[in-house]
Design a protein around this ligand. Structure first.
Ligand SMILES: Cc1cc2nc3c(=O)[nH]c(=O)nc-3n(C[C@H](O)[C@H](O)[C@H](O)COP(=O)(O)O)c2cc1C
Length: 197
């Protein structure tokens, strides 16, 4: 039997899911954040490397630490969001491969690669995981507001100093105020974006 997501699920995940910037005053429990991660982690990555690392910025103190790193246009929406996830990546993801891909010595495939190549690989795979993360959040009833308008070096210094972890993008999480949304921007049609050869 072919199993598919029903129309209601497709609406929730895709057709009616929007990028939110205005948040209702409704808290997000830590247990829900954990559920989001536990779904998102199941999405595929190269050699199951799972480079994504997440910091959930929730307290006032942590939000204040994030504030100076943000582009001006992203400050208000981020400070008012119940949670801001820093979706980051461990450039030395290969150190976890004995745990994550135990049937071969996958660590040896990556450990001597130059840092810029490791970063490229981590960026691809953590971006995929970031997309799984947003779909997981939407599946669990949260709204998302992804952002790349921030200073990565400042976020890395503030939250990941002395580690091999670097920020990829930010994602505000909460319950959005749909009445404040602009009309949805168009997407490319199948014929504009795809071809079957
Ligand atoms: C990786 C990424 C970075 C983004 N950066 C910003 C940003 O810095 N500030 C912002 O207001 N919106 C940002 N956006 C939001 C996009 O403009 C928005 O998702 C897109 O226009 C689609 O909107 P919709 O989901 O409501 O259709 C970003 C989205 C993504 C996925």
């Amino acid at each position: 039997m072919t199993r598919v997501v029903n129309d209601e699920g497709l609406n929730l995940l895709f057709r009616e899911a929007r990028t939110h910037t205005v948040w209702r005053d409704q808290p997000v429990e830590d247990s829900l954040l954990q559920q989001v991660y536990e779904l998102a982690r199941m999405g595929p990555t190269s050699a199951n490397m799972c480079p994504l690392r997440v910091v959930f910025v929730k307290t006032r103190e942590a939000k204040e630490k994030l504030k100076p790193c943000l582009d001006a246009g992203n400050v208000d929406k981020t400070m008012k969001a119940p949670v801001t996830a820093i979706l980051a990546m461990d450039i030395h993801f290969y150190e976890k491969l004995p745990q994550l891909f135990p049937h071969v010595d996958a660590r040896a495939w990556f450990k001597d690669l130059p840092e810029n190549v490791l970063e490229y690989i981590a960026l691809r795979n953590s971006s995929l995981q970031g997309a799984y993360f947003m779909l997981a959040a939407r599946a669990l009833g949260l709204d998302c507001g992804p952002m790349s308008g921030f200073n990565n070096a400042m976020v890395d210094a503030a939250f990941f100093a002395g580690t091999t972890i670097k920020s990829n993008f930010l994602c505000n999480l909460g319950h959005g105020d749909a009445s404040k949304l602009h009309p949805r921007s168009p997407r490319l049609s199948f014929d504009e974006a795809c071809r079957v050869v």
